[in-house]
Design a protein around this ligand. Structure first.
Ligand SMILES: [Zn+2]
Length: 111
């Protein structure tokens, strides 16, 4: 019985690889995304509709300083009262130009 130890395999010498150059990365500044472009057409800030009727109203704020600038929102249930719809922007209090008015069908039940 041979007691000769098996030769330990030596790892092959690896060719020296090029040092990895790590370029300093400038920390990126958080840039808020630009607001979407204003809509081309609006129906105006006051829209005449059938009185006493519920509508879905999409409007957009165009106040330069408002956080909702050029952000359109849709109110699912807006009552037309005497036949006009105006949408007031919460943050800035200005009337929001209305983009779309859709009469609800069926009309919500009045309780
Ligand atoms: Zn606003």
């Amino acid at each position: 019985m041979s007691t000769e130890p098996e030769p330990t395999p030596q790892p092959e010498p690896q060719p020296a690889s090029d040092p990895v150059v790590i370029e300093p990365v400038e920390p990126e500044e958080e840039v808020p995304p630009p607001p979407p472009p204003p809509p081309d057409e609006t129906l105006g800030v006051v829209v005449s509709v059938e009185p006493g009727t519920w509508y879905e109203v999409t409007s957009v704020c165009v106040t330069e300083t408002c956080i909702n600038l050029n952000t359109s929102t849709t109110e699912p249930e807006v009552y037309s009262n005497a036949g006009t719809i105006r949408m007031v922007c919460g943050p800035c209090g200005a009337y929001r130009p209305i983009l779309e008015v859709v009469k609800l069908d069926p009309q919500p039940e009045m309780s």
